[in-house]
Design a protein around this ligand. Structure first.
Ligand code: FPP
Length: 262
């Protein structure tokens, strides 16, 4: 079964994006001393579709729809930065039909969600290279980023055509182009040259669908992140699953290479 653009458009039109739900003091308190930056590897869309005898693209569509409730839940938890791995530099190696479908999904979701996200104060950012992104999608991203740039309630980083190694290569190139003195290059300098330069490193990286891999995602920024892997496939990863991940995180003791505080 092929999933046409018209079908995708229709089903987007039926969805509602509401990340406005009020957050309780208790929920805010949990996250306030915890997770500032949450990053997610949204894996398992293909398997989700396969289980239902649907085309892979239907899984990606379900995965995209899942973002509403997850962003809403993040906001409720007081998480202020969310980074989503939407399309990696390696994803270009997938069949052309899937690549085109995924890129179209991204374009349609920006088109449909931008107004609501803006109303909710979400600042959209893009991390990744722009070189291979089709011009129409590139323009939508550029517009979404410019349109929401003064928003402050939640920063949503969309990692698209993103690779952690490519990001480091780009940082090194820019450092060289800027003529930096090697004697003054330290870890803080490198961090400043990454796509995420002004943001704190992720506290928690969630990977759905059970694979224990980093997959070239935030490899510098994730050096001290807590990882949480669940077997749940991304389209099924709901608020309850997010709360479980946060509970896990809250139980862990982050030592950043040091010793337990006495
Ligand atoms: C991995 O599942 C998922 C992807 C490669 C794409 C994820 C992208 C989205 C959910 C769209 C995001 C949209 C926006 C607007 C940010 P897989 O296909 O590798 O699953 P499998 O391992 O089961 O085959």
């Amino acid at each position: 079964m092929a999933l046409s653009v018209a079908t995708l458009k229709r089903s987007f039109a039926q969805d509602a994006c509401d990340i406005t739900a009020p957050k309780s003091d208790a929920q805010a308190a949990v996250a306030a001393h915890g997770i500032k930056h949450l990053a997610i590897i949204m894996d398992g869309n293909g398997r989700w579709a396969k289980c239902r005898n649907l085309p892979r693209l239907a899984g990606h569509k379900a995965g995209t729809d899942n973002l509403h409730r997850i962003l809403r839940a993040c906001k409720e938890q007081g998480i202020r930065i969310v980074t989503l791995y939407a399309f990696s530099t390696e994803n270009w190696n997938r069949p052309q039909e899937e690549v085109n479908g995924l890129l179209k999904l991204l374009e349609l979701s920006i088109e449909k969600e931008l107004g609501e996200l803006h109303k909710e104060g979400v600042q959209i950012r893009h991390i990744g290279r722009t070189d291979r992104i089709p011009p129409a999608l590139c323009e939508k991203i550029r517009h979404a980023v410019a349109y929401t740039r003064n928003n402050t309630s939640l920063i949503l980083n969309v990692a698209l055509n993103y690779g952690g190694r490519a990001e480091i290569v780009d940082a090194v190139k820019r450092m060289l182009a800027d003529g930096l003195d090697p004697n003054y290059v330290d870890e803080a300098t490198v961090s400043r040259y990454l796509y995420t330069s002004d943001l704190p490193d992720p506290d928690l990286i969630i990977r759905t669908s059970g694979e224990y891999r980093v997959s070239n995602f935030l490899i510098w920024q994730g050096a001290y992140a807590e990882y949480y892997v669940t077997d749940v496939l991304w389209p099924d990863f709901d608020e309850r699953e997010l709360h479980k991940a946060i509970e896990h995180y809250n139980k862990r003791e982050r030592r950043f290479g040091g010793l337990k505080a006495r």
